[in-house]
Design a protein around this ligand. Structure first.
Ligand SMILES: [Zn+2]
Length: 88
């Protein structure tokens, strides 16, 4: 599996965006997250508000490593992930 940093437009061509499940009553993983539904199990997921339009949402439990060979991440998401990792 390869992970590439791609533009927002290129990321919009991806098949799926992997999102964390968002059970009702649990705090958001990051302030400002918004909700959607997993395309496969229909459970509520949370994601950043700036994700590309187009790819289907897939929850972290429905995602399987064999579902895709290539993983892409946008610079905005990478920056947020790094800020979060460095603050913990
Ligand atoms: Zn799911």
């Amino acid at each position: 599996m390869a992970i590439s940093i791609v533009s927002q437009d290129e990321a919009g061509e991806a098949d799926f965006i992997i999102c964390m499940l968002a059970p009702v009553g649990r705090p958001l993983l990051m302030a400002g997250n918004v909700f959607g539904l997993c395309k496969q199990c229909d459970r509520r997921v949370q994601h950043r508000p700036h994700i590309p339009v187009g790819p289907k949402l897939l929850c972290n439990e429905c995602h399987r490593p064999d579902i895709a060979d290539d993983v892409v991440i946008t610079p905005a998401t990478l920056a947020e992930v790094l800020r979060r990792v460095r603050s913990h």
